[in-house]
Design a binder for this molecule. Structure first.
Ligand code: ZN
Length: 144
């Protein structure tokens, strides 16, 4: 199969997609911070390096790009027409890792919250309200 996108071009595309996702991560963190939540970023000691770790809430948050994490039934989770096998492999690996990391984190007693890119783009406030409600429920749980 010929590949119309050069390696160099592809890495530019990737960094672009990753860059977009980073913008969302920053927006999520800023929102949480403004609501009084305090957290650590990308804790390397935890499985999957969660994007946000809220120790007080016993919770971690993954902010998932729909393309990279191949969000089910999501139109952002398309498979590129070139190098199809490469991409399918990559997405399968990413999805397997996501499942594995969540399982390991839950085993360690963490609540795992996944925020999808498409939900943030569709209605940022609504998605953040959902997350904050979850976090509040975790802390109430601890107090009982
Ligand atoms: Zn999605």
């Amino acid at each position: 199969m010929t590949d119309s996108v050069s390696k160099e071009q592809r890495s530019i595309n990737m960094s672009h997609i990753r860059g977009e996702n980073t913008g969302l991560e920053i927006a999520v963190r800023e929102c949480l911070f403004s609501q009084g939540f305090r957290y650590r970023k990308n804790d390397k000691k935890l499985p999957g390096k969660p994007d946000v770790v809220l120790k007080k809430y016993g919770a971690v948050i993954f902010i998932n790009g729909c393309f990279w994490h191949h969000h089910a039934h999501c139109k952002l989770a398309y498979i590129p027409k070139t190098n199809t096998d490469f991409w399918i492999n990559k997405f399968e690996r990413n999805m397997k890792n996501d499942i594995k990391h969540s399982r390991e984190l839950r085993k360690r007693g963490y609540h795992v919250i996944t925020i999808w890119e498409c939900r943030l783009k569709k209605d940022f406030d609504k998605e953040m309200k959902r997350v904050i409600k979850l976090l509040d429920s975790y802390i109430n749980e601890e107090r009982q």
